[in-house]
Design a protein around this ligand. Structure first.
Ligand code: HEC
Ligand code: HEC
Length: 382
C-alpha cells in the first residue's frame, strides 16, 4: 500500500511540476527518474503505452490486459499488433545475472525469454523502438520528445551531464540506465510473500502449502528444484526460484495466439538459438527458466502464454512421469498434449526424473507456488 501512496504522490508532484520552469523541477535520483520514465506513455509513438502497460505494478509487473490472443501475448501501441511471446513479470528480474556462457559451457542469465539483452539496461532499450511494441521511429525521435519536458531536461542534465541531449544515443542510454535503476529498487523485489514470512517465522504454512514446499524442494518427489532453485539451501533467504539456465521443456505452439498475431503457425520460436549471440543448434527450443515469484498472479504461462492455469503447468510436467491415460490430457483443451514446438534438446534427463504425482500433490504444488505471491498481490489470489 505504501508503494502506491508513494507512487501517487510522486506522480502528483511531477504533474504539477510539469508546467513550471526547469529550475522549479524537483531533483530526482536515477531510480526516481526511471520510475517517471517507466510510467510515461511518451515512450510510445501514439502515447498510449508505457512500460507499465505490459508490466503493471498492480498485476505482478506482468500484462493483465485481455485481447484477441486471450492475453497470452501483448498488444502494441498501434492498437492492433500482437507479439508472439508472453510478457514476463519484471519483478525480481534484477536477480538474473548478465547473459553469459559459463566455463562449464552453459548459457545463463540475461533478460528476455532468450537472454538476448545482457542486462536490465540493455533490455529497457528494446521496447520503445520495437515496431510492434511502443513503436517509436527512432531513439532520436524519442529523445526529442523527452526534451520537451522540463522535468526530463533538468534531471537528465543533472544526472548525466549538461550536454547529454547533444548525442541522442547517449541520452537513450541514460534513459535505460535510469529505468534499470528503478527496476533494481525494492518495489520490484519486496520479499514479503507468505513464503518469506514463513522463513522469518512470521507465518505458518498450511498443511497443504507445507506439503507443496516439501515436494518442491525434494528431488525424491519432484524435479522442480533442479531448475527453479537458485540458492544451495532450500531455506535460504532471497530465493528467486530460477537458476537462470536455459531448458527446452517441450512447450507446444500457442495456436490461439498464432491465429490472431499474424505469425505463421509453422513458424518455430527457437528460443535461445534466436539470441544473436548463440549459434549452437543444440540450444534450439531452450528458454530461460523463469522466476516463480508472483507466478500465481502473472498467468498465462510459458514464453508464449499457452497455458492459462497454474495447475495445468504442473499437469504438463507430470505428463513426462505418469503412465495414466488421464495425465496425457491437457485439461484446458480436453485433448492430448500438443507436440513440443521444438522436438530436440528437451531436458528429458531432468523432466523424466520425477515420479507421477497424485491430484493431492499437484494441488499442493499449486498451493505452494501461491505462497510466492508478494503481500500486495495476495488479494488477487481469490
Ligand atoms: C507491448 C508490451 C510491452 C511493453 C510496452 C514493454 N514490455 Fe517488457 N516485455 C514484454 C514482452 C513480450 C517480453 C518478453 C519478450 C521476449 O522474451 O522476447 C518483455 C520482457 C521484459 C523484461 C525481461 C524479464 C525477464 O525475466 O527476462 C523486462 C525486465 C522488461 N520487459 C521490462 C520492460 C521495460 C523497462 C519496458 C519499458 C521501456 C518494457 N518492458 C516495455 C512486453 C512489453
Ligand atoms: C528442466 C528444467 C525444469 C524443471 C525440472 C522444471 N521447470 Fe518449470 N520451467 C522451466 C523452463 C525453462 C520454463 C519456461 C519454459 C518456456 O517458457 O517455454 C519453466 C516454466 C515454469 C512455469 C511457468 C512460469 C511462467 O511465468 O510462465 C511454472 C509455473 C513452472 N515452470 C513450475 C515448475 C514446477 C512446479 C516444476 C516441478 C514440477 C518445474 N517447473 C520443473 C524449467 C524447468
Amino acid at each position: 500500500m505504501k508503494y502506491f501512496v508513494y507512487l501517487l504522490s510522486l506522480t502528483a508532484l511531477l504533474s504539477t511540476g510539469f508546467i513550471a520552469a526547469d529550475t522549479e523541477q524537483p531533483l530526482l535520483n536515477k531510480a526516481q527518474l526511471g520510475q517517471q520514465l517507466f510510467f510515461d506513455t511518451r515512450l510510445s509513438a501514439n502515447r498510449s503505452e508505457s512500460c507499465a502497460s505490459c508490466h503493471a505494478p498492480q498485476a505482478g509487473f506482468a500484462d493483465p490486459r485481455n485481447n484477441a490472443a486471450q492475453g497470452a501475448v501483448s498488444l502494441g501501441d498501434d492498437g492492433h499488433s500482437l507479439g508472439d511471446r508472453n510478457a514476463p513479470t519484471a519483478s525480481y528480474a534484477m536477480f538474473s545475472p548478465d547473459f553469459q556462457l559459463t566455463d562449464e559451457g552453459v548459457y545463463k542469465g540475461g533478460q528476455f525469454h532468450d537472454g538476448r539483452a545482457k542486462d536490465l539496461q540493455e533490455q529497457a532499450g528494446g521496447p520503445p523502438t520495437n515496431p510492434i511494441e511502443m513503436g517509436m521511429p527512432s531513439t532520436a525521435a524519442l529523445m526529442a520528445r523527452l526534451q520537451e519536458m522540463p522535468l526530463y531536461r533538468k534531471n537528465f542534465t543533472a544526472l548525466y551531464g549538461a550536454d547529454i541531449f547533444a548525442q541522442p544515443d547517449q541520452a537513450y542510454k541514460a534513459m535505460t540506465d535510469s529505468i534499470a535503476a528503478f527496476e533494481r529498487t525494492e518495489e520490484f523485489a519486496p520479499f514479503d510473500s507468505k513464503y518469506d514470512r514463513f522463513l522469518r517465522g512470521e507465518y505458518q504454512l498450511s498443511p497443504e502449502e507445507e506439503l507443496g514446499r516439501t515436494l518442491f524442494f525434494s528431488q525424491q518427489f519432484t524435479n522442480c528444484n533442479q531448475c527453479h532453485q537458485l540458492k544451495a539451501s532450500p531455506r535460504a533467504k532471497g530465493e528467486t526460484f530460477s537458476n537462470y539456465e536455459y531448458h527446452n521443456i517441450g512447450v507446444p505452439v500457442n495456436s490461439v495466439a498464432r491465429a490472431v498475431n499474424g505469425v505463421s503457425p509453422e513458424y518455430i520460436d527457437r528460443g535461445l538459438l534466436d539470441n544473436p549471440a548463440v549459434s549452437d543448434p543444440a540450444q534450439a527450443g531452450k528458454f530461460k527458466v523463469p522466476t516463480l515469484r508472483n507466478v500465481a498472479v502473472t498467468g498465462p504461462y510459458m514464453h508464449n502464454g499457452v497455458f492459462k492455469d497454474l495447475r495445468t503447468v504442473v499437469l504438463f510436467y507430470n505428463k513426462y512421469n505418469s503412465r495414466s491415460r488421464a495425465r496425457q490430457i491437457n485439461p484446458e483443451t480436453g485433448e492430448t498434449w500438443q507436440a513440443p514446438e521444438v522436438d530436440q534438446n528437451i531436458s528429458l534427463k531432468e523432466l523424466e526424473s520425477g515420479p507421477a504425482l497424485t491430484d493431492q500433490r499437484i494441488d499442493a504444488l499449486v498451493a505452494f507456488m501461491k505462497t510466492l505471491t508478494d503481500k500486495r498481490y495476495e488479494a488477487l489470489l481469490n
